[in-house]
Design a protein around this ligand. Structure first.
Ligand code: AHG
Ligand code: MN
Ligand code: MN
Length: 312
């Protein structure tokens, strides 16, 4: 008789990792796999569909690309199909969209981050965070039960955490995410800096001080896509990323719910730090869908130094 003992997988898939390593509850595991499927389809859309504007604008008054809209539709499709999503908040919708109030999770996402880089063929990404229950407003990013991103570069990489480290997966030719690296870690000191909203140095003296400090001994690594810039930090195990306020964007350019919140969760899970200039971004209360926040994230000691320079 053939033994019924299941063989160990020859390749560690995302589903296997979620079940046996993260020990994620089934509904959360299915939801994360569904989000990874959306990522796989978004990557295909990036490679095959035409660029250009959709003709519409999002809640921030930014012109949407056809790909912004398509990526958003793909993500919504998989969230609805999962049956596990009470509501979601996307960069491309004016407000929170309710699906099924009795479902266990709420999802926040930026379907396509770095859209301005589509035409130049730089790396772009998708970002997501998952909360338990049907409320998002009034929560803090610390309450996320999972967060992650998909990076569409020369290779497509899915990175997630459910609160037990940060793990990276590579998309195979047949559309399966295979384990690339477990427990990504961030050292306390940084060699690379990634300064967003840099024109703010003209009216934010603290940011000018931070830039002068970085230029003394550090190396610039900035692509203009937050997913790629944060992945650089997680992948190299060091670095600092910032986007702080100035005259044009008093709170910086980035949004708490679906950009800064998920990344603060991942960076702190990897042993780094996050700050809005005062407290950890994980403890900032979400008050509105489009809420912007200053962000400084990355190597712990460097975050401390920059927060001091900003506040001097
Ligand atoms: P999105 O494409 O979702 O609007 O986000 C782009 C963001 C982020 O990815 C990046 O860090 C920032 O905009 C770039 O801003 P600057 O061009 O001011 O550096
Ligand atoms: Mn974005
Ligand atoms: Mn976007």
């Amino acid at each position: 008789m053939v033994s019924a003992t299941p063989r160990p997988p020859t390749r560690s898939t995302l589903n296997w990792h979620l079940r046996t390593r993260a020990k994620a509850p089934d509904a959360l595991r299915h939801l994360l796999v569904d989000i990874s499927r959306a990522g796989r389809d978004i990557r295909y859309a990036i490679q095959t569909s035409e660029g250009g504007l959709s003709g519409g604008s999002n809640q921030f008054g930014e012109k949407q690309l056809k790909l912004d809209v398509l990526a958003d539709q793909l993500m919504e499709h998989y969230l609805r199909e999962s049956g596990s999503v009470a509501c979601f908040c996307s960069e491309e919708h004016d407000d929170i969209v309710e699906i099924d109030p009795k479902a266990p999770y709420s999802v926040v996402f930026d379907p396509l981050d770095g859209s301005s880089l589509v035409d130049v063929n730089f790396a772009i990404g998708s970002i997501f965070g998952i909360y338990k229950g049907s409320e998002i407003i009034g929560r803090t990013p610390r309450e996320q039960v999972a967060a992650g991103y998909i990076l569409y570069g020369p290779r497509t990489i899915f990175v997630y955490s459910t609160g037990d480290g940060v793990h990276a997966f590579l998309l195979s030719d047949i559309g399966e995410f295979i384990l690339l690296q477990e427990h990504l870690g961030i050292g306390d000191t940084a060699k690379n800096f990634s300064p967003g909203n840099l024109s703010a140095i003209h009216d934010n003296p603290g940011y000018k001080r931070a830039l002068d400090h970085w230029l003394e001994a550090m190396t610039l690594r900035y692509s203009g896509c937050m997913v790629a810039d944060i992945h650089h930090i997680l992948s190299k195990g060091q670095g600092i990323f910032s986007n702080v306020g100035g005259a044009k964007y008093p709170q910086g350019k980035l949004r708490l719910i679906f950009e800064c919140g998920p990344f603060a969760y991942l960076i702190e899970q990897a042993g780094g730090a996050s700050s809005d200039g005062k407290v950890s971004l994980l403890d900032t209360t979400i008050t509105a869908c489009g809420q912007r926040t200053p962000i400084v994230v990355g190597s712990k000691k460097e975050v401390e130094t920059v927060v001091k320079l900003l506040g001097k």
